[in-house]
Design a binder for this molecule. Structure first.
Ligand code: D5M
Ligand code: FE
Ligand code: ZN
Length: 465
């Protein structure tokens, strides 16, 4: 019996990646000689083996016929992947894991030395070197410069970014607990490091997103808030009617499925459904009325019934009794592959932190904040602020691998951009402005959905309000 691991390994052995559709084809045929035939016929410059490389197979523009249609794989954040919260020990593992993995990404572009080695020897004074560390302290000096304390596993060092230098605008975007590389020189006495350039783990400039080979499209939404008095039922009905007549294969929901209970003081008064089971049952009925052959992926947000600390587990089964079988519940965050195109779903609570920490950041314009996450290759860098984080041994909020589409919500304001080939979508909401949002001067853009074409990765916004 040919299994996925065996198949992938056969290709990896000769440095080829293999598309999930090909794996699926080979698993279904269960004939090892087919692998040999493919390997003999792929062109030398192939990086990813796709269905076109299967000898004698006819693929049509309208879809690859042998695929069970549609085709979903939960790559990260499948229900049950989140571990329990550990003790103090996992806290240090968590940050070590973050440093190692993000530092490793920076190291591919810059040779760095340990902080301890720089401090202990006078050999490097006046000579440009690079350090890689986690930001543990940020201060503005009385002269208006920026002083950032950087820590790596060997030591810590204060890094000064002079307000008169080009690097200063980059330095003003530095936030707590992110991992950065800094090129600069040590002061003559060795007590401080002058930063000249900042490196982030980032998406490589050469990044080329994978585009699907079979026709299909996915609809991205978030923040339905079922059970809230301000949930826009009529607007949703228009959306449901449209989706029924469309040929969309997938619906992705990036959290705040229901309004929940006890999420903020006085919420009781703003709920039309005051029982959280009933809120999920109502959402289940809404999902039942959508096409049964469409696949629906649902991730939680800070209004859902699971713990607030991220990664958030999937909504537990006791709330899901009435959902139809085409619904898959995943964690927050989760990486889901649709016909080989990877979508990273993250509710987006860390945007609240970014707005407080990054000058110029605002709720009105969430797309640049999604770019910021990609540059830092992390969904929620700042620890211990508004976004609660569960320090698992592995830092599950690192963005790796790089998705084709990055899908968030939470801010209730639509945002759309492309950053180094990654399509960034903040999906908006299905809830009208709440009293709290009026106070906070948050002006939502409700009733919008973004359709993503899986072959071209082109987005299209539909407004149902
Ligand atoms: O978040 C809905 C909107 O309200 C989103 O734009 C963030 C904003 N919001 C939520 N909580 C806060 C706090 N504590 N401070 C500032 N702004 C906030 P939702 O998750 O749907 O309630
Ligand atoms: Fe929300
Ligand atoms: Zn939210």
């Amino acid at each position: 019996m040919l299994d996925t691991k065996t198949i992938v390994q056969r290709f990896l052995d000769i440095k080829l990646q293999v598309h999930p559709e090909v794996v699926q084809y080979l698993t279904a045929r269960d004939d090892p000689t087919l692998i040999d035939q493919i390997l003999l016929s792929v062109p030398d410059d192939t990086v990813v083996v796709s269905v076109q490389h299967i000898p004698g197979l006819k693929t049509e523009r309208d879809g690859v016929r042998f695929l069970p249609d549609p085709f979903i794989e939960v790559v990260q954040g499948a229900e049950g992947s989140t571990m329990g919260v550990g003790g103090v020990e996992s806290f240090s593992h968590h940050f070590r894991d973050r440093y190692n993995r993000l530092g490793g990404m920076i190291r591919t572009r810059a040779h760095a030395m340990p902080i301890e080695a720089l401090i202990k020897s006078s050999r490097f004074r006046g000579e440009p070197v690079t350090l890689i560390g986690m930001v543990i302290e940020i201060k503005n000096t009385s002269n208006g410069h920026r002083l950032v304390h950087l820590e790596d596993p060997t030591g810590t060092i204060p890094v000064l970014f002079n307000k008169g230098r080009d690097v200063f605008s980059d330095a003003s975007q530095v936030i707590y607990d992110e991992v950065i590389g800094v090129r600069g020189t040590q002061s003559p006495k060795g007590e401080i490091f002058f930063g000249d350039q900042i490196y982030r783990p980032d998406v490589p400039i050469s990044h080329a997103p994978y585009a699907g080979t079979a026709r299909g499209s996915a609809v991205l939404i978030s923040d339905i808030h079922v059970g809230s008095e301000t949930f826009l039922e009529e607007t949703w009905e228009r959306f449901a009617a449209w989706i029924g007549s469309s040929r969309v294969s997938y619906l992705l929901v990036a959290g705040d499925l229901v309004d929940g209970i006890g999420i903020y003081p006085g919420q009781e008064k703003e709920l039309s459904i005051k029982d959280v089971y009933e809120q999920y049952n109502t959402l289940a009925r809404m999902m039942t009325r959508l096409p049964s052959d469409m696949r629906i992926i649902l991730a939680p947000g800070n209004h859902d019934v699971v713990r607030g600390a991220e990664p958030q587990p999937a909504v537990p089964s006791e709330f899901l009794g009435k959902f139809p079988g085409n619904c898959t519940f995943v964690e927050n965050p989760a990486m889901v592959s649709l016909q080989g195109v990877r979508f990273l779903l993250y509710h987006g609570r860390s945007i609240d932190d970014a707005i407080g920490l990054i000058p110029g950041a605002s709720y009105e314009n969430p797309a640049p904040l999604m770019e910021g996450m990609l540059q830092r290759r992390h969904l929620a860098p700042a620890y211990g602020r508004k976004t609660p984080i569960a320090p698992d041994h592995k830092d599950r909020l690192i963005i790796d691998p790089i998705p084709e589409v990055f899908h968030t919500g939470h801010v209730h304001i639509q945002g759309l951009t492309t950053y180094r080939g990654v399509l960034c979508v903040n999906a908006g909401t299905w809830q009208a402005q709440t009293a709290f949002q009026r106070q906070m001067n948050v002006n939502p853009t409700p009733g919008r959905a973004v359709v993503v074409d899986l072959e071209t990765l082109n987005p299209r916004t539909l407004d149902f309000l």
